[in-house]
Ligand binder design. Structure first.
Ligand code: EPZ
Length: 429
């Protein structure tokens, strides 16, 4: 298993380019199953989860060409398999995003029920309940979700999500876009990735209104055609690099980003004393004020509030802020695994239920630590960059799932980081 060797204490300086959003590219790739015509996606990030999603499409019978590393030309004209097997789903729960499109276009789908993951049980009950409301018969057969549209085509319905669910909203959008009649989704997720998916579906001929708001209206159509679409920048990668500049008292110009998509993150980080200037609509200039950072509380909530995917990175930063900060995680039940590893480096963190109290500023010392999930790994890399001495971050395959060529990007802005690999490096870095 690969690991990172990081020697901390260097100020990161320079320019960084943000990659396409993993959590938009995943549903957009799934959406290509909705038409036999070619769909071309640009700015697809070169990360492990998208390599897995591409494999899933090919296992179903689709053809995926990559004329350039980050351009995927997909043709699902010859899809004959409607099953996503456990071996694949267990490595990436976002494979459940195949359910909606397969059900919508072929009237049938069989996808292994994704297990939980490090951050929580991650059920998909709300997805399945919505599919039933759209007229599907859904059953569980030895660990697989088996869904069928009895009349071959789903029927539009009023869907009320009891909880805001990002992939739940995406799955229902993709199921409803070909359904007979109108579907209204209430309590829809409002993430920018939902808007990006709706934009792609409408380019394909879909009739979706209200994406990004709490209520989304979808007029079902008979079929969808090909389209070309560029994936939005990754707002979580952007937030991660803002923290990287702040925690190392560096200065970064962050290009190809979309500040509008992470307003709550920018606002909170400015409150702590991070200087963030929007040079234009796609460029941020970040540096940490000479006065240092001030501890500020935060609670994670669905978009447009502070995202759970930035909680771990924020916790690393708060170890370097003066004072006590309370970090409450309201989305997932077990998303503090990074805390114990940060404490191994000298952080002062106390956890009670879904709230972590961080007392800073504490000196961080390099140590061997272990990543547990994608954003926890990012948090540990950030802490290692700020720590004195050498840190070995183990199990970095987690970070490879969602951060494109992270070693190369960090090296280019002055980090002292090496990937120690037992086998051929995953990506050109
Ligand atoms: C998406 O996961 C993201 N993944 C996650 O990013 C992100 O953390 C999460 O949304 C929240 O923003 C992708 O988009 C691929 P949810 P998702 O359904 O859709 C509960 C990363 O780091 N729930 O919005 O799986 C659920 O347990 C990943 O990139 C149900 O109870 O999250 C959670 O407590 C990690 N039943 C809450 O709702 C359901 O049927 C929100 O989950 C569905 C969800």
């Amino acid at each position: 298993m690969d690991k990172f060797l990081i020697r901390g204490g260097r100020n990161l300086r320079g320019k960084i380019e943000i990659s396409g959003a993993k959590n938009s590219a995943l549903p957009c790739l799934a959406a290509t199953l909705l038409t036999p015509e070619t769909v071309t996606l640009h700015n697809v990030p070169y990360v492990k989860d998208l390599i897995t999603q591409r494999r899933l499409l090919e296992d179903l019978g689709a053809t995926v060409l990559t004329p350039e590393l980050r351009t995927h030309k997909v043709s699902a004209a010859n899809v004959e398999v409607f099953e996503a097997p456990y071996e694949l789903v267990k490595t990436m729960r976002a494979s459940v995003l195949a359910l909606g499109p397969l059900l919508a276009r072929f009237g049938q789908a069989k996808v292994s029920l994704p297990g939980g993951c490090a951050i929580g049980t991650r059920p998909i009950d709300l997805h399945l309940k919505a599919f039933e409301q759209l007229g599907a018969n859904v059953s569980l057969e030895s660990g697989d979700v088996v869904a069928r549209a009895p009349k071959g085509r789903l029927i539009g319905a009023e869907i009320n999500f009891e909880k805001v669910s990002v992939t739940g909203t995406e799955n229902v959008m993709m199921a409803a876009v070909l359904a007979k009649g109108k579907t209204t989704i209430h309590s829809a997720a409002r993430e920018p990735e939902i808007e990006d998916l709706a934009e792609l579906l409408n380019k394909m001929g879909g009739r979706i209104k209200g994406a990004g708001e709490e209520t989304i209206e979808i007029e079902g159509v008979e079929n969808l055609g090909g389209a070309e679409h560029t994936i939005i920048p990754d707002r979580i990668e952007t937030g991660t690099f803002i923290v990287a500049a702040a925690i190392t008292y560096g200065e970064l110009e962050i290009k190809n980003c979309h500040p509008e998509h992470l307003k709550a993150v920018i606002e909170k980080l400015r409150e702590t004393g991070v200087e963030i200037d929007e040079l234009n609509q796609s460029t941020l200039f970040v540096k940490c004020s000479t006065k240092g950072l001030e501890a500020k509380d935060v609670t994670t909530e669905p978009h447009p509030k502070f995202p759970t995917d930035m909680q771990a990175q924020y916790m690393a930063l708060m170890t370097q802020a003066e004072g006590s900060s309370s970090i409450s995680e309201t989305i997932f039940e077990n998303r503090f695994m990074h805390a114990s590893e940060l404490m191994r480096m000298g952080a002062n963190i106390h956890i009670s239920g879904n709230t972590a109290t961080v007392r800073g500023k504490t000196k961080l010392l390099g140590a061997p630590i272990q990543a547990s999930d994608l954003r926890a790994s990012a948090s540990l890399v950030l802490a290692a960059l700020a720590a004195e001495g050498e840190t070995v971050v183990n199990r970095v395959y987690h970070i490879d799932r969602g951060y494109e060529t992270i070693v190369k990007k960090l090296r280019n802005i002055g980090a002292d980081i090496d990937r120690i690999t037992d086998n051929i490096a995953l990506s050109a870095e």
